[in-house]
Write a new protein. Sequence first.
Length: 543
Amino acid sequence: MERLTIETTPIDGQKPGTSGLRKKTKVFMQTHYLENFVQAIFDGIGGADGKTLVLGGDGRYFGDRAAQVILRMAAANGAARVIVGQGALMSTPAASNLIRKRGTDGGIILSASHNPGGPDEDFGVKFNGPNGGPASEEVTGRIFEATTKLSAYRILEAQDADLSNIGEQTLGDMIVEVVDPVADYAALMEELFDFDAIRALIDGGFRLCFDAMHAVTGPYAKAILEGKLGASEGSVINAVPKPDFGGGHPDPNPVWAKELVDIMGGVNAPDFGAASDGDGDRNMIMGPGMYVAPSDSLAVLAANADLAPAYVKGLAGVARSMPTSQAVDVVADAKGLDCYETPTGWKFFGNLLDDGRITLCGEESAGTGSDHVREKDGLWAVLLWLNILAVKKQGVVELMQAHWADYGRNFYSRHDFEGIETEKAEALMGDLRARLDDLPGKTVAGRSIEAADEFDYHDPVDGSIAKRQGLRVYLDNGGRIVLRLSGTGTSGATLRVYLEDRSEDPATFDRDVQDALGEVIEAAHQIARIEHHTGRTEPDVRA
Ligand code: VG1
Ligand code: CO
């Protein structure tokens, strides 16, 4: 087998966003596109020589072919071993676990997460470091820099590796180790949680429905929820990963997980509903007739995690991404825990977790996780919820109501305005940025503005600074508006407007969220001049 050195030239725009490089699949399929980026990853981490890497993906279209290219490139770049999930499948949290457990030099995950898949949809590549977490800003910067300087990439001339059978084979001098993508992850979950208690709950008639959304968590949820915990067969729906995720967006929110929402809102609804995204790192939690906002879920988990064996000693601290609601801050305050505020994207939690400052963290975008891996983890969140419900002997609805009674309620919603021309979205942000200093003291939509700023993050562990991570406007009585542009899209711009308002009056706790946020929504539109800049009066998605 010959090592080939293929001449290439830098390709513009290979700058990773919030979570890896995401582009239209057809862009990734262009000549040299994938190869250039993969060579840049190897160059950015100081070469692949002698290294061991993990490789997996969410099963989307082109993932199997991309995996073969990456294996041949890893071999030609001198890697010693690549541990790859059978069928090139592996969820993001399972990859994070394997990187840590096997002490590898990192891993490559082929996923565009919650973005749709298929020849006309999206593809993505992300690199995780030896701690199992998304590459830091610094490493990401080095990878991007390498994309701008490439003159050649290395690839082995060889046949495809056999990824359908578990076991070892060689590709040139490199070992390709095909593993069951579920086994190690399932074993970890069994260590963290009280499976006996959850099994007893389910044996007692507690019913659940898990929607894998035709994505990677299907095999994991089947093995764990049905196989180990005794949920009845069929509790996991849409359980077979498909290259196009059945034509939908594998995004666990009330819009895209409508099948689950209908089941949970119907007669004789199960006691518990959940869904995960394309690559298995997000989660949505539901009770009969109730959607649990991800920010509330984070707060509930922070308040009750010590009921699960893994967290019985209590939490070191907690963290949330800046736009995530402040519900978890209220819990942290009551429990005397440190609470950190980080920019959007899991890579910013890594240092806090590695340094032992936090145990639990989460984002409003349906991501929650802990120090068990260095990624957000959808099934982990589901199992922690089930463990808590089993110990407390409460339903989801009761638990939420009790939580709000104890801590008050932070009404919360994210409004997404999709497919805006990039220039217009940037003009909106620039205009608001320029007016931030004039806002405090003004009254808008009946609410007075207390403060306004742009969020810069100072990492307390390594001192690095991440600038321009979102515009924040604080209103009286705990109201808050945050605006930022998405970093995971593949065409145009998505404006994300995060809306929050706080109430401690139990008479309001059952209000409709959008109604309760009426003033804050109105204030956001006026303050950011959304219609003026974009022509839009209504969002595309209310999450
Ligand atoms: C979005 C979410 C962010 C999340 C990121 C990756 O980023 O807002 O919270 O970490 O997706 O999640 P953005 O830049 O589009 O707002 V996943 O499940 O796509 O790896
Ligand atoms: Co994801």
